[in-house]
Write a protein that binds this ligand. Structure first.
Ligand SMILES: Nc1ncnc2c1ncn2[C@@H]1O[C@H](COP(=O)(O)OP(=O)(O)OP(=O)(O)O)[C@@H](O)[C@H]1O
Length: 315
């Protein structure tokens, strides 16, 4: 599969009064495959917006290379094939949904009422055509933003915190729309803090921290390493011995004996051994590794790399 985005040692440095030049994005090697939903994650000040601005050609890298849809970043041809929905898009509040689409359509030389109608239907705003943006809920505003971001039929969409501040129903609507973009063959690059959302929809993620990519890969690979908890009673001592488990894998709790086993271990073998010796299994609970666990373990307690940025500088 071709890469929709590829960067090689992409770096942006700013001058800081205390630290001289600091790399707020530091030798970034990023690959986003065509047709995937990619989550770009990181704590505040990690360098996400700076990276997106470089990919969009809004700011110049200090060094390194970057390619978007096969063209070098900054290439004006790319702008016709991509779109960007910022975290807080600004719309003229007096405009209605159709007026917004006509306005943004005109920026691309598109004057196609059937297309605008289709987009309003896609985001389920076709029954609210007389309402002005000031009367829209947050979820509706986000949906008109997504409709607007489709006007130029982009191959690649950049969405900054697309579900930030939305209620669970609006979350689901936006999530379904983003999945439909992938179904249409588009690539979606999402910058987000909403890890549970990202976990539900993203194919691959990168975690950036202090300008450096700490993890990058398929979610299914990155989230390997879950655990299985088996609660049992009447487990014979000889069974416990034969299982050769460490103290961290097995402990006595008020309800019985709790086995806490890495999922790659022979969980079935343990269950069989307990059952064969007439033990009583009360529950078997998979404890999947969550993206939040991975995120926290990735960004916590990392030494500050030389020359890398700290949060709190000027924007
Ligand atoms: N023009 C600038 N001059 C100096 N420093 C800057 C500038 N723009 C951004 N920075 C610094 O670069 C670092 C990364 O900022 P960036 O906005 O890319 O982070 P972010 O990951 O998008 O954060 P958030 O999640 O809070 O939006 C921060 O320390 C920020 O203060």
């Amino acid at each position: 599969m071709a890469a929709a985005i590829e960067t090689k040692k992409l770096t942006k440095s700013y001058k800081s009064r205390q630290h001289g030049h600091i790399n707020v994005v530091d030798h970034l090697d990023l690959i986003v495959e065509e047709g995937e939903i990619f989550g770009f994650l990181g704590p505040n000040g990690a360098g996400k917006t700076t990276t997106i601005k470089m990919l969009l050609g809004i700011i110049y890298p200090t060094s390194g290379e970057g390619y978007v849809l096969g063209k070098e970043i900054g290439d004006m041809d790319v702008h016709r094939m991509i779109s960007y929905l910022p975290e807080r898009p600004y719309y003229y509040e007096h405009m209605t949904g159709p007026e917004i689409l006509r306005f943004y359509g005109s920026l691309f030389g598109i004057n196609d009422e059937a297309k605008f109608q289709g987009l309003l239907e896609k985001v389920n705003l076709h029954r609210d055509t007389t309402k002005s943006i000031s009367q829209y809920s947050k979820g509706m505003q986000q949906r008109i933003g997504l409709a607007q971001s489709l006007i130029n039929d982009p191959k690649l969409l950049f969405l900054d915190e697309p579900t930030g501040g939305l209620d669970p129903i609006a979350h689901r609507e936006i999530r379904d729309l983003i999945i439909s973009f992938r179904d249409e063959g588009r690539t979606v690059f999402i910058s987000s803090h909403e890890l549970s959302e990202v976990e539900l929809i993203c194919d691959r993620v990168a975690i950036i921290d202090r300008g450096i990519i700490r993890r990058q890969g398929k979610l299914t690979d990155l989230l390997r390493g879950g655990r299985i908890e088996i609660m049992a009673t009447e487990v014979a001592a000889k069974v416990l011995e034969s299982l050769n488990l460490t103290d961290s894998n097995v402990r006595t709790v008020p309800q019985g004996i709790l086995f806490d086993i890495p999922e790659e271990n022979d969980v079935n073998g343990i269950i069989d051994a307990i059952r064969t010796a007439k033990g009583n299994i009360l529950s078997i609970v998979p404890r999947k590794k969550r993206l939040e666990d991975l995120f926290v373990e990735t960004v916590q307690n990392k030494p500050t790399p030389v020359g890398a940025a700290q949060d709190g500088g000027a924007k």
